[in-house]
Write a protein that binds this ligand. Sequence first.
Ligand code: MG
Length: 498
Amino acid sequence: MGALSMLVLLLTHPLEFRTLLQYKLWHESNRDISAPSEHVHSGWDRKSMRRCWYFLDMTSRSFAGVIRELEGDLARVICLFYLVLRALDTIEDDMTLPDEKKQPLLRAFHEHAVTPGWTFAENGPDEKDRQLLVEYNVVSEEMNRLDACYRDVIIDIAQKVETGMADYAHRAATTGQLYVEKISDYDLYCHYVAGLVGEGVTRLWSASGKEAPWLGEQLELANSMGLMLQKTNIIRDYREDVEEGRFFWPREIWGRELYGKALGRPAFKDMPEMWQPGNEQQALWVQSAMVVDVLSHAVDSLDYLRLLKTQSVFNFCAIPQTMAMATLCLCFMNYEMFKRNIKIRKAEAASLIMRSTNPRDVAYLFRDYARKIHRKAVPEDPSFLQISVACGKIEQWCEHHYPSFVSVATSATSANASQVFDPSDARTTIAELTQKRDRELAIQKRASELGLNGRVNAKPLGENPDDMKEIIFYVACAFALVIMVGLGGLWLLLKFYQ
Ligand code: MG
């Protein structure tokens, strides 16, 4: 953002100006991958890897920053994973390539990806990322330098993605079938192009040792993460995609008679009808059903984020998810989306980046956006009930994992955080009793531990050799006392009756 536009923002939106300034001062990318101390991880000392970092900046505006911030080797590994997929996508998207050329190219891409010296210069001149394929040899060179544990995951995912892309491209080319018909087809397509990316990064987190080995098996959750992003983009990019002949919204949703019925109109026959004047209300009902479909992945996404333990990995995963929620909220019931490409404001994006640092805050961001979506929903909407249920599930998840009557307080003098209960909430009584019981149990445990320290073993009384000695000692004392009393009595008897 230039100085002039910042000045305009200061005058028109002072709060947004403050947020952006805060972001620029404290949160903008800190890692310098070109520093000599980072070379071992970033590979900046190699010409081929420097070129790969350049391509990352050229091809991804939104991911380049978070990828750079990933700890250790992960930044380089994910950078290469991204470039392999970007190259694959450039072939898939290129409508100038005939199907007979595209099919073998896509289906063998996992081999090309690691073939030294392989390049491809036949993309159409308008393909924005065609240069990446022209110089693909730098990517394959770096791919071959990766540890096998990383390379194998990337190749495996590339093979699955390319198969899905090739199947869909072949169907479109041979049957003239441009539309996605069923919701299940839509889910499968999104799985190929985004769910598998979620699976890939998750397996890479585990392979790096930065996350638990079992995380790599949470493929259902990883898939949902990918679907949430992809489906949100598909909704937001409606106008741009339709104008370029890409129809990702499933006909099973937009072609439903239900949405026209209430308005006395027939169902949509074609996707561009949604931006025709007079169709606004019906288009918004369709959009609402598309949003419900995305919201069904939100809880899985929150579950996934709770499993992460490395900060930079968490940021990498959480930031796009909160952005997706914000974008959904922006699009929902907003007819502008059918007219042009709409985006969340820069200050909102900066604020989300700053706040997406722990699962609790992310959950609350999800909840806030779910509430906003729910407030925008109207009872006339045929999806109204489903919207309410989907938002309610997010609300329920937050309340279960991070109950609203508990707040976290940090004292000014120490960095320790403590829980504070809301006295007006009925659950506080139970929580305080539970805390009290836990404290008592802890004291008892400690006391018994201290008691045991004096003994060799924690055996019942009498089984411990020390216990036995004590018992014998007391019994002997008792005997001695009885004998002494007896002898004393005898002595007195003899003395007085002699
Ligand atoms: Mg594509």
